[in-house]
Design a protein around this ligand. Sequence first.
Ligand code: FES
Ligand code: FES
Length: 140
Amino acid sequence: TKMQWVYTEKVKDHFVNPRNVLDDEDSFGADGTGMVGSMACGDQMLVAIKVRDGKIAECRWKTYGCASAIASTSMMSEMVTGMSLEEAYHITPKQITEALGGLPEHKFHCSVLGDKGLRAAIDDYLEKNGLENPFTKSVA
Ligand code: FES
Ligand code: FES
């Protein structure tokens, strides 16, 4: 029997044409950055944000993670652009995978890297600006 791709067209599109990739960390001029890793596979994710008027003006990212991590974070970066910091802080892997039309069950841990990295970037932004973090962490 012929083997089939387990990925949706949306996943393939975001993997092949990832949106908002961080090309040059130094010239981006991030207001906050977060680097996180996945315990399940050891892959790393860097998320960098620009904040304007309490909203995510830009969300860029870079990973040496797998196809699912790339597609999830690409999708996430589009979803959170323009969101308030609070809304962005609470985006869930479930929302992201749903927007992708689903991910294979055992690839779910790849989809948590982006939002973990984003929360770390928002934490970093708040800390750099001497602000208390008013948001409760969502349970991923
Ligand atoms: Fe290599 Fe996931 S750890 S593809
Ligand atoms: Fe490592 Fe997907 S297997 S991020």
